[in-house]
Write a protein that binds this ligand. Sequence first.
Ligand code: PAF
Length: 284
Amino acid sequence: MEILQTVQEMQSWSRAARQDGRRISFVPTMGFLHQGHLSLLQEGRKRGDLLALSIFVNPTQFGQGEDFEDYPRDLQHDSELAATAGVDVIFAPSAAEMYPKGYASYVQVEGLTETLCGASRPGHFRGVCTVVSKLFNIIQPHVAIFGNKDFQQLAVIRRMTADLNLPVDIVGMPIFRETDGLAMSSRNVYLTAEQRRQALVLSAGLAEARQLVAAGESASAVILADLSQRIIAQPEARIDYLKICHQYSLAEQEQVDGDSVLLMAVYFGSTRLIDNGFLVPSDD
Ligand code: PAF
């Protein structure tokens, strides 16, 4: 496994791979890998001849006062995990390599980015879209794998990839959960034991919302009121948003249907967690 740090080295690697007719799978991450990332790498392994992983804590997607400085980093451990997951190359550039002096170009997707996390974190998706489009240009993957946990991010990246005619297949993978239901996230390390216990209300609340729907409830307001009660009963919880939205447009829905996704962002102490899930089980 190679670890490359410059754009030039990475582009040469990709050019050579493509010249050899190899199909490149790509998993973009900010590192501090967990089982959820490993499930993306496993899927990437199946979908390509060569597997590229990027590890880059992207400064442009963090707002003022957010956790850019504190975001957990451990390249040594990540490299060990990546090697066992069958990664062929890690691209781990510095911020100066990605955004050199004079850098001035950004990618903005309209509409989809204005709600949910986009409303709470202004500029976040501009940073995500900019870095993902740069990584696509540098790594030149045939297919890129993302987690469904960042549901809005995936919708935005699909929109950007289609709108800009980027020749990359985008694959979304199911949320990977701890055995007690907590969605895996690099930010879970910030939680105290008590906050972590209280955060289980998210997966339990999703399960309860699904049960309400299965029992015939279809009014989003009723489902969200029930969920909200459960969450605010946790002393350390503070709701950022709870919404039921259409899976593609992300428009809020008053009535639940087969396209409805429950989307949640809740602070436990100062740690903001997101979780989501479809409310109606699909046939497949
Ligand atoms: O989901 C993430 O980890 C990041 O937003 C991504 C896609 C790697 C871009 O920095």
